[in-house]
Design a protein around this ligand. Structure first.
Ligand SMILES: Cc1cc2nc3c(=O)[nH]c(=O)nc-3n(C[C@H](O)[C@H](O)[C@H](O)COP(=O)(O)OP(=O)(O)OC[C@H]3O[C@@H](n4cnc5c(N)ncnc54)[C@H](O)[C@@H]3O)c2cc1C
Length: 430
């Protein structure tokens, strides 16, 4: 193919497909190259999909998209090795349309999503792994799949190749990714009848719950386990920062195995049949570890740019929004006939004004804060569990003695540390 495309998108995940759909809708010529057998074949999420940001990009998606259950309940749980405690929020508002969020399975969702871009006129080719970028006079001018026939020229290349983007490195936009910038997660899909799921999670038919579980679920490392209810399966996973896994020698597969066997978790998954297993990276470096987001003839979107908010498990929505903003940038660059870095810097402007970079900036210190305080997910759950056990045990001890014992247990916690954690946490949210 000699004629240059307006844009080549590398990767048919949420970011790449959104960019392609928006570009095609505006009448630009765009091709998506996906290394998997089909869009979604290699992709992983938990996964919770928020309705409002998705609706803003794909109006009416709820009618057609393969969704699992509206999420009406959120549980945050803390595990010690033999206890569990937590907070639950269940809302009638979340149980009515418009729903807040859905559980969804990645592979069917990505296939459906890719079809929306094809319907708009984008070409999507699967089993095309982009190996490198083509360069002309110092500018990115296309991609190559490794042989001469696989050389495709374009005015602009959108790097939507996900976490640990090798192409962003090759474009000179990012130094090597570090293990501290990525979390490694193991996930299983466990088949269970819908009625069993509803009984175990106390759900009305068709409705769903999301559980995020800290502490022993990651052997106390920074990260969390999760369980999300699908129609007739559970998504269960756990993971931690890659650097911590390397330092401790913990294996994320063993972590998931042990998580599933925890006395509070085992009854939820009992009798289920594991039907899918996957492992995947999540970018965790946040605002301070992003690559340069644009260069001459190139833009970086989604996980490749590190657009993940781990606090609110937002990734897909940020990926899609960044894809849309990249498309808007390319549409304007085409109108100007200028795909230089100066022209594409508009992408950064749009991102700065959007929820993507505003949120990442806001939470930029959260991961370092928690990482510097390993006791948060180890010592505090244990203390909270001991306090709860003591308070709830009725064994003839007079309450005055019991309350004194509880106060002694609290006083035994390092006060300076408690104070510093409380002040630090307050500053984070301020
Ligand atoms: C375990 C886990 C749980 C998660 N849970 C949630 C959740 O509940 N909610 C949420 O919103 N987000 C969640 N996320 C994050 C979310 O999945 C990502 O943020 C989102 O998928 C990013 O989309 P993307 O398009 O940027 O990248 P990806 O979805 O990773 O897509 C990248 C695509 O590029 C392709 N590709 C890579 N290299 C090449 C190449 N060289 N040539 C051609 N194709 C290539 C890949 O095959 C893939 O299809 C989770 C992630 C993980 C791993």
């Amino acid at each position: 193919m000699d004629e240059a495309f307006d844009a080549i998108v590398v990767g048919a995940g949420p970011a790449g497909v959104t960019a392609a759909r928006e570009l095609a809708n505006a009448g630009l010529s765009v091709v998506v190259l996906e290394r998997g057998q089909f869009p979604g074949a290699k992709n992983v999420w938990g996964g919770i999909l928020y309705r409002e940001p998705t609706e803003a990009l794909i109006p009416g998606f709820e009618q057609d998209a393969p969704l699992e259950r509206p999420i009406i309940e959120q549980r945050y749980l803390l595990l010690t090795d033999d206890a569990m405690m937590g907070a639950t929020f269940r809302s009638e508002r979340f149980a009515q349309k418009p729903y807040n969020a859905y559980s969804a399975l990645r592979s069917p969702f990505d296939r459906w999503h890719a079809a929306t871009a094809e319907a708009a006129g984008a070409e999507i080719y699967s089993e095309f792994a982009v190996r490198d970028l083509l360069w002309r006079e110092g500018c990115v001018a296309g991609v190559t799949t490794g042989d001469e026939e696989g050389e495709l020229p374009a005015n602009c290349v959108v790097l939507a190749d996900g976490a640990n983007s090798l192409l962003a490195q090759k474009a000179g936009l990012h130094a090597e990714w570090k293990p501290a910038d990525q979390a490694l997660v193991a996930k299983e899909l466990i088949a269970l009848p819908a009625a069993t799921i509803e009984e175990r999670f106390a759900l009305t038919p068709g409705m769903g719950a999301a559980l995020e579980i800290f502490g022993e679920s990651t052997w106390g490392l920074l990260g969390y386990g999760f369980i999300y209810t699908n129609k007739d399966s559970l998504s269960i996973g756990t993971g931690a920062l890659l650097s911590d896994l390397i330092d401790t020698g913990y294996n994320v597969n063993d972590m998931l195995d042990r998580f599933k066997k925890h006395p509070a978790i085992a009854p939820l998954v009992a009798g289920g049949e594991p039907i899918e297993y996957s492992g995947h990276l999540i970018p965790e470096g946040g605002f301070d570890r992003m690559p340069t987001l644009y260069g001459d003839g190139v833009l970086v979107v989604g996980d490749a740019a590190g657009f993940v908010n781990p606090l609110n498990r937002e990734g897909a929505n940020l990926a899609m929004l960044s894809g849309k903003l990249a498309a808007q940038t390319i549409i304007e660059a085409k109108a100007r006939g200028d795909f230089s870095a100066a022209s594409l810097s508009r992408y950064r402007e749009l991102l700065d004004r959007s929820v993507v970079l505003q949120d990442l900036k806001k939470i930029r210190h959260v991961t370092p804060f928690a990482h510097q305080r390993p006791h948060l997910l180890r010592d505090y759950p244990r203390l909270a569990a001991s306090l709860a056990e003591e308070y709830l045990t009725v064994d003839g001890t007079p309450k005055s003695a019991k309350y004194k014992k509880l106060m002694r247990m609290i006083a035994g916690a390092p006060k300076r540390r408690l104070l510093s954690d409380a002040i630090g946490a307050r500053a984070l949210l301020g």
